[in-house]
Design a protein. Structure first.
Length: 392
């Protein structure tokens, strides 16, 4: 892909994977990009700035207070110049400082100031990458829209085996291209997405709900927006919010969600039902219940996906199936019952596929095939869902 006219700023931090970044810079230059490298002092212990200057054909910045240059507020200049800001390798130290808003060197001040998309390629010991501290920092940055790319598990320089390797240079370059030139295959189409949990009131204080965070549905809404769609998100309770540009309808109960979906169905080309609406409701008491014993009589809520399936015509309908056993069997039954075009099924008992996490392990069930996917981020899975919908 031709990257002529694109400015890529690469921050390099101190880790053994620094040598791999030389190939990233070289590949970007061959594709026509202008590459500007910022190195921390620790990074210069592994590869000299001269190497990156030769590969990038631009001066490498290493010192916040370097006077041997043309005067300008250089970190602000680079922050504004960047079409994308990449940090590779991104050490646990850098990720922690960035997540906490610490700006104490040239790299952290520059990345803090940029408005460009940010891509981090972490590399560290597997114990560090799986530590609660790192996972918290990663989650915080992802919530802010920072993208991550990881390498395969394998043998690490420290002698351990597991997660922690930096992504391959070509994978990083391809991810940069993907971010700079997103697919726009949904332009002119309207995608209706449901996300999150509904709440069924028992009385003015209490309600019944479930553990859905809405992260998967919001990842789908964001992905559809990036791909050019008009996106309508009908959301219950969620732990995160969608990107600016997604139209939102807030709902509380399953009946609210049902009405919102059916009211907006005519305008939608693709309907993706990733919400977790409550299957049952109760008659809400007018005052707080204070009895010693509480007996509730449940009434079945309408099946939103099934209602859509009956009237969808040529529209594409994708439904989700969160299961704890007999995953493919139960999801296949749902495909037929809901008259859906595809079911995205996941076993919520598997580690990395449960509630309120940033990853998922899914299978796609259509009338023709069952496709089992490995664990991946919900952001990555969102694009794979949209890819598959387009191919049906």
């Amino acid at each position: 892909m031709n990257l002529k006219g694109k400015n890529v700023v690469i921050g390099v931090t101190g880790g053994i994977a620094v040598y791999k970044v030389c190939e990233v810079v070289s590949s970007l230059r061959k594709r026509g990009a202008d590459v500007f490298v910022v190195m921390t002092k620790h990074a210069t212990e592994f590869v000299s700035p001269l190497t990156f200057e030769t590969l990038s054909n631009n001066r490498v910045v290493t010192d916040m207070f370097d006077r041997d240059r043309e005067w300008e507020v250089e970190h602000i200049s680079l922050a504004k110049k960047a079409d994308i800001f990449v940090v590779a390798p991104a050490t646990a130290n850098f990720v922690g400082k960035f997540a906490s808003g610490i700006a104490d060197d040239f790299l952290t001040t520059t990345v803090m100031a940029t408005k460009a998309p940010i891509l981090l390629a972490p590399a560290m010991n597997t114990g560090m990458m799986t530590s609660p501290a790192y996972e918290k920092n990663e989650s915080e940055l992802k919530a802010r829209g920072v993208e991550f790319i990881y390498g395969d598990s394998g043998f690490l320089a420290c002698g351990d085996t597991g997660k922690g390797r930096m992504a391959a240079p070509l994978d990083i370059v391809e991810k940069i291209e993907e971010i700079l030139f997103p697919v726009r295959d949904l332009e002119g189409k309207t995608v209706l997405v449901t996300a999150g949990a509904t709440r069924e009131p028992i009385d003015p204080v209490r309600f019944i709900t479930n553990r859905s965070s809405g992260k998967m549905g919001i990842a789908i809404a964001n992905a559809a927006l990036r791909r050019g769609a008009n996106v309508l998100l009908i959301k219950g309770t969620t732990s995160v919010l969608p990107d600016e540009g997604v139209k939102i309808i807030e709902v509380q109960t399953t009946l609210d969600m049902y009405n919102a979906v059916m009211d907006n169905l005519d305008s939608a080309d693709i309907i993706i039902k990733s919400a977790a609406p409550a299957d049952y409701r109760v008659d809400c008491a007018p005052q707080k219940i204070k009895s010693e014993k509480l007996t509730l009589e449940f009434v079945k809520n309408p099946d939103i996906a099934q209602a859509v399936g009956k009237v969808k015509g040529n529209k594409k309908l994708v439904v989700f199936s969160a299961e704890t056993e007999n995953l493919i069997e139960n999801a296949s039954k749902k495909l037929i019952k809901k008259n859906a075009d595809m079911v995205v099924a996941n076993d919520v008992t598997k580690q990395g596929a449960g509630f309120d996490v940033d990853t998922n392990i899914a299978s796609f069930i259509t009338k023709d095939a069952v496709i089992e996917l490995p664990i991946m981020t919900k952001t990555a899975l969102a694009d794979k869902i949209l890819d598959k919908v387009q191919s049906i």
